[in-house]
Write a protein that binds this ligand. Structure first.
Ligand code: ADE
Length: 239
């Protein structure tokens, strides 16, 4: 999978050289490139923002650098939307935004199946609206929120999304079974886990886990999942 990230703070993404995603990059499973939006400016100050038309607080990201970034990353460019062959792999262009659809494990699974993702990190009061229209002629545009709170920009949201998506790409997580038994994979929270020693500071591991009875262990784990989900996230059970 190819992922391009555009940001005015590319060093936010230095952490993606670490751990499993770093290994996936080294092995070529993940072709992840981080770009500085200012590389697509042409003035001495490398300006990416300006005051909003109509007045109001804050600054808005200018369309020109974004247009050049999209031209560079979606080349060969200009597959007009009306003529686009839907079977052809067009990039999915994601703009993190608190005004977008909420990112979930299902979103991560959907995006992990794509060939090319482009993340455009907005800052300030947002990006000139025409950039989204322009992007829609070059790929499938998604506005995605990490949750119902406001961050200072899209970078932290993109870090979270890239990690959640990246670990679902086949070969990134060593043991694929560990992906199956996780919170949210079956709509429930994960069961509790324990390791040695069996007694630690007067606290025992639940005896069923030491019983060797795999059927009983599986049933206990399922009960724990249901109980936790009911307590902590009743919304997941539709309640
Ligand atoms: N940018 C600012 N807040 C955000 C959020 N909650 N999700 C995604 N991008 C954002």
């Amino acid at each position: 999978m190819r992922i391009d990230v555009v940001s005015i703070f590319p060093s936010y993404f230095d952490g993606l050289t670490l751990s499993l995603l770093g290994k996936a990059r080294d092995s070529g499973i993940l072709d992840l490139n981080v770009h500085d939006l200012r590389d697509w400016t042409h003035d001495r100050h490398r300006t990416v923002d300006d005051t909003p038309y109509g007045g109001g607080a804050g600054m808005v990201m200018k369309p020109e650098p974004w247009g050049e970034a999209l031209d560079a990353l979606t080349s060969p460019p200009v597959v007009e939307r009306a003529q686009r062959d839907e079977t052809q792999a067009t990039p999915t262009i994601i703009f993190p935004s608190p005004a977008g659809e909420v990112f979930t494990q299902a979103t991560a699974r959907d995006l992990a199946a794509r060939e090319h993702l482009i993340f455009g990190c907005g800052r300030y009061e947002g990006i000139d609206e025409r950039v989204f229209e322009y992007a829609a002629d070059r790929g499938e545009v998604r506005l995605i929120s990490l949750g119902d709170y406001v961050l200072n920009g899209g970078e932290v949201a993109v870090m979270a999304m890239v990690e959640a998506i990246g670990r679902l790409i086949p070969g990134v997580v060593g043991n694929p079974e560990s992906l199956v038994e996780e919170s949210h994979e079956d709509g429930l929270l994960e069961y509790p886990s324990y390791t040695k020693p069996a007694l630690w500071r007067d606290r025992e591991v639940p005896p069923i886990l030491l019983s060797g009875n795999h059927g009983a262990i599986a049933a206990w784990r399922r009960d724990q999942q249901l109980e936790r989900t009911r307590d902590r996230r009743p919304d997941l059970l539709g309640g």
